[in-house]
Design a protein around this ligand. Structure first.
Ligand code: NDP
Length: 251
């Protein structure tokens, strides 16, 4: 595929995200606390997470290593960061969650799997086939430095708050009000971390495919964070009113 064709396809992919966003603001994805009947057959929650995230790891790694190890150090860092994140999401996260007996609709799993397939393909194809690499001083460029810091900070924020949420399940399978860390300011700091992480990745790699993933992360997680926030306010009368949904003091 030529670079021009590829770029058109990525613009279309970003356009699809823009079209889907208003729908996601109205339709609550029925998994986790928002699970409800009427969405067809169900699948074990843990297995679904593994299956639906797997393509983002496998397809990306398969395509990205098309040139063997014959690429510059920035591309190698980009590939390693992606692989690191998705190894955690595919293997470790599903093993850690405490969602015994919970299921999610197969349809939701298929949507997510499709998203991860395309996203893994676009980014893997870019690094493995089309990217011309980076100038030798790119690692001292402010975009790389700030992007790398944001990626690491976002990953830690995501991991830390996911762990707080998972630990709430030590006793029983229900939901509790989470406290600690950035829960003081927002209901879904784990989503905030994920958005910061992929924003950082787009900055440090400075290319259209990773930017498209950042846009998709916002499109996926902003509506879900708003849904979670409204749900907490409905469910717990004593829920801290000063908390925002996902962006401290703002949203
Ligand atoms: P949630 O915050 O809804 O849940 C995370 C885990 O904690 C789940 O196992 C959930 O159980 C449990 N949990 C959440 N809140 C509570 C509570 N108040 N009390 C007890 N247990 C709780 O995150 P998601 O499941 O939607 O997403 C998981 C991860 O995947 C996140 O890190 C997210 O950032 C990432 N993600 C990334 C996307 C992207 O586009 N990059 C898209 C979607 C997710 P249960 O499932 O039973 O509710």
């Amino acid at each position: 595929m030529t670079e021009i064709t590829f770029q058109y396809l990525v613009y279309i992919w970003i356009g699809i995200a823009a079209v889907i966003f208003p729908f996601l603001l109205r339709i609550t994805a029925p998994y986790g606390r928002h699970a409800k009947s009427g969405w067809g057959p169900l699948i074990n929650n843990r297995l679904a997470w593994f299956l639906m995230e797997l393509p983002a790891l496998l397809v990306f790694v398969f395509l990205a290593f098309n040139r063997g190890f014959n690429f510059d150090v920035v591309i190698l860092i980009a590939i390693l960061l992606w692989t690191f994140h998705y190894f955690h999401r595919v293997v470790i996260f599903p093993l850690r969650i405490r969602t015994k007996g919970k299921k999610m609709p197969v349809l939701i799993m298929i949507f997510a799997l499709f998203f991860n397939l395309i996203n893994g393909y676009i980014n893997g194809y870019w690094f493995g086939y089309l990217s011309q690499g980076y100038p030798s001083d790119w690692m001292s460029d402010p975009r790389f430095v700030a992007g790398a810091l944001l990626f690491v900070a976002g990953f830690i924020i995501n991991l830390y708050h996911d762990r707080i949420l998972i630990s709430l399940r030590k006793e029983g399978n229900g939901y509790k009000i989470p406290f600690g860390g950035l829960f003081k300011y927002v209901s879904s700091p784990n989503f905030l971390g994920e958005m910061v992480e992929w924003g950082g990745y787009a900055l440090l790699t400075w290319c259209l495919p990773t930017f498209s993933f950042f846009i998709w992360t916002l499109v996926n997680l902003l509506p879900r964070a708003l849904d979670h926030h409204r749900w907490y306010l409905r469910k717990f009368k004593e829920y801290p009113v000063e908390r925002k949904a996902v962006i401290p003091f703002f949203l």
